[in-house]
Design a protein around this ligand. Structure first.
Ligand SMILES: [Zn+2]
Length: 296
């Protein structure tokens, strides 16, 4: 499933094809390609100029010179590709966008139909107008609006597993299963530890790890673990080979050699190293030892 680095790769690939261009025509080829709660039909943005292509978390916003926003989410398997107009229509083609290029058009293709392209109304956030979909999620770690101190304090209030909080798009957006497992491995934190019991230092280390793994993945064009994620030219990302935890069940941990384990909770798989990522924090282990020593 595409996460921040994959969506950002798509954004960077699409931008030169669409920013500064007019949407001549936008065609919904299959109704599954449009979110049912779209504010208006896709065709209502025909004739609008795309002024910028912005990402928040896993959402894309085609900023227009009108009071409407064109937004998109790749879901599990959505793909934007630049295709020759004359190319055969793909089986899962959902939306096509004509930006006036003589030879090429933008196609949105989606095998599993959780992705969509839609029209949002604009709503106010601070002193800016943003699409309604953006307003529902928190800024991601690369956003200028990301407030690290506030995010740490949100983590410190959550009484649930740290992995679950990492995936909560209202705390911080953009992180999905792959980069959550990778960041937890890097920060040596067990996925099931309770968020509010982590120290400020541990959460800070975890945020650094999130930022690091996503930046590294972005350099490689993202992760194409399930082969469905591709960039706008139809190419895969290459971060898969650098994964340390996600999908590495039974492989030796590169730090300590222990086999990576996979557990399931909350309908999701989590991959971690049982040695590097103990379920109890080192500090609490020390305290437990002290108690035992005193009693002994
Ligand atoms: Zn290890």
């Amino acid at each position: 499933m595409p996460e921040l680095p994959e969506v950002e790769t798509v954004r960077r690939g699409l931008a030169p094809w669409i920013v500064g261009k007019k949407i001549k025509k936008i065609e919904l080829v299959h109704k599954g390609g449009n979110r049912s709660s779209t504010y208006a039909p896709l065709s209502s943005v025909e004739g609008a100029k795309v002024e910028n292509l912005v990402r928040r978390g896993k959402f894309l916003w085609f900023e227009l010179n009108r009071d409407l926003a064109l937004v998109a989410h790749l879901g599990m398997s959505g793909q934007f590709i630049i295709q020759r107009r004359s190319a055969d229509v793909e089986k899962h083609l959902r939306v096509r966008i004509d930006c006036g290029d003589r030879k090429r058009e933008i196609r949105f293709i989606d095998q599993r139909t959780f992705g969509w392209v839609a029209i949002d109304k604009l709503v106010r956030e601070d002193d800016e107008l943003i699409p309604q979909s953006f307003a529902r999620i928190a800024p991601d770690i690369f956003d200028k609006k990301f407030d690290r101190t506030a995010v740490i304090s949100k983590f410190q209030k959550k009484n649930s597993a740290i992995k679950r909080v990492l995936l909560d798009q209202s705390v911080m957006s953009g992180v999905g299963n792959i980069y959550a497992d990778e960041a937890l491995w890097r920060a040596a934190i067990h996925p099931e530890r309770i968020s509010k019991k982590l120290s400020e230092q541990e959460i800070s280390t975890l945020l650094d790890a999130v930022s690091f793994v996503m930046s590294e993945a972005l350099k490689q064009g993202g992760t194409s673990f399930d082969d469905l994620y591709i960039n706008v030219n139809g190419e895969s990302g290459y971060f898969d080979v650098e994964l340390e935890a996600y999908g590495q069940e039974d492989e030796p941990c590169s730090r300590c050699g222990t086999q990576i384990r996979r557990i399931t909770f909350g309908n999701r798989s989590s991959h971690f190293c049982p040695t590097c990522q103990p379920k109890r924090s080192a500090k609490r282990k020390d305290e437990a030892k002290k108690v035992r020593v005193k009693r002994g």
